[in-house]
Write a protein that binds this ligand. Structure first.
Ligand code: FAD
Length: 360
């Protein structure tokens, strides 16, 4: 990096307006350092957190990235080792090992971010825009007295971001002007990674324990952990699946919805649902795709009996190929579909099930 004296000398030889841009650029990029709050499960960092690292990389070329993992037990340390080699740009992995972090409760996690940020003086704190990040980051922002920027889909410069508004019907460019650290949640579909260890290296980043001696005993918040339920582990994760098969209200019952599940099984796909299908009790709400559900961008998205309301499109319109089956030729889903079939799902799905071979 150029020294201040060298920059001053350079400034004398070029036009004042160009010089001020150079100074602005260098001071901006020099001060960048990022803390990425990572999620982990079963001893591995989750793909959406690797996407958050990818987003952090696009802030600046000169950007030390620290990954923060919290939890307890051996799975945490396995995940830390995995995180240390998940991307060449990770310069250190910080591990907070305490029973306080055994469950993803927002209060202790937000307090942890506050503690780590204060110690490390990071210019940016990033996490994936899932239910975990959406729960924790705004609280951390409140503790740090800054305003978070959520659902970022593009990073133009360290302080300029693009995010969707009006259910994805408009894009808003936001400049962060706050004095404190810039807190972001990023959509992992906008920062895709091919596989968890795609950028793995032989030399792992150093792993450091977070000093929790000042964390305090008063961190028990208002929320309480009750239990954890998760979807069928045989199926791919909805947020990262290559193929998603979604059913809408037209399925009419939980029993009929099993056709969608069977089709997904044959295709090795994740199952998605509209809010109408979730509200009707056909499937749990963790399968909801849309503005108030999961955001997905698979290679293939198949929608059966889905009208294509804007709130649903907000969660799947970035899919590479969209296939829709609906008996109404005027259904809005056909406006975004690459392949559309006007037909009855109770005829089409059984036919597909019959013709598609069992997955080996
Ligand atoms: C604030 C807010 C947030 C929301 N968030 C979400 C969200 O995250 N995700 C979401 O999905 N929705 C969301 N919604 C709801 C959304 O507006 C729609 O009501 C919902 O997406 C409709 O679901 P659907 O397409 O299954 O049902 P419907 O709109 O009832 O459509 C059913 C479709 O099935 C077709 N059909 C019926 N029978 C058959 C058949 N036998 N064969 C073929 N086609 C058939 C019909 O022609 C129709 O197009 C939200 C709404 C609000 C107000």
């Amino acid at each position: 990096m150029a020294s201040v004296a060298a920059l001053r000398a350079l400034r004398k030889r070029i036009s004042p307006s160009f010089a001020s841009r150079i100074i602005a650029f260098t001071s901006d990029s020099r001060s960048i350092s990022t803390l990425v709050l990572a999620e982990h499960e079963g001893g591995a960092i989750k793909p959406q957190s690797v996407s958050a690292v990818k987003a952090a990389k696009s802030l600046s070329n000169d950007n030390p990235i620290s990954l923060l993992l919290a939890g307890s037990g051996s799975a945490l340390h396995e995940a830390a080792a995995n995180a240390a080699s998940c991307d060449l740009s990770v310069s250190e992995v910080l591990v907070a090992d305490s029973d306080e972090f055994s469950h993803p409760l927002a209060e202790p996690w937000a307090k942890l971010i506050h503690l780590v940020q204060q110690k490390g003086g990071y210019s940016h704190v990033i996490t994936a825009s899932g239910s975990f990040g959406k729960n924790i980051l705004p609280r951390a922002a409140a503790l740090l007295d800054v305003s978070p920027i959520t659902d970022v889909i593009e990073i133009s410069d360290p302080h300029l971001f693009v995010r969707p508004i009006y259910a994805g019907n408009a894009l808003c460019t936001v400049r962060y002007t706050g004095a404190g650290p810039c807190l972001l949640t990023v959509r992992s579909t906008s920062f895709p990674v091919s596989s968890i260890l795609a950028d793995s290296k032989s030399n792992d980043a150093p792993i450091t324990q977070v000093d929790l001696s000042t964390f305090g005993e008063d961190s028990v918040g208002k929320s309480r952990y009750v239990k954890h339920t998760s979807q069928d582990t045989e199926r791919p994760d909805l947020g990262n699946a290559r193929v998603v098969v979604t059913g809408g209200r037209a399925l009419k019952s939980a029993e009929n919805f099993k056709m969608i599940e069977k089709l997904a099984e044959k295709l090795g796909a994740a199952v998605g649902a509209t809010r109408a299908a979730v509200d009707a009790g056909y499937v749990p709400n963790e399968l909801q795709v849309g503005q108030t559900g999961k955001i997905v961008a698979p290679e293939l998205y198949m929608a059966f009996g889905v009208s294509g309301a804007i709130q649903h499109l907000a969660g799947m319109r970035d899919s590479k190929v969209i296939v829709a089956v609906n008996k109404d030729a005027e259904a809005p889903i056909f406006q975004v579909a690459d392949y559309g079939l006007v037909g009855d799902i109770f005829e089409v799905i059984p036919e597909l099930l019959e013709k598609i071979p069992e997955k080996k």
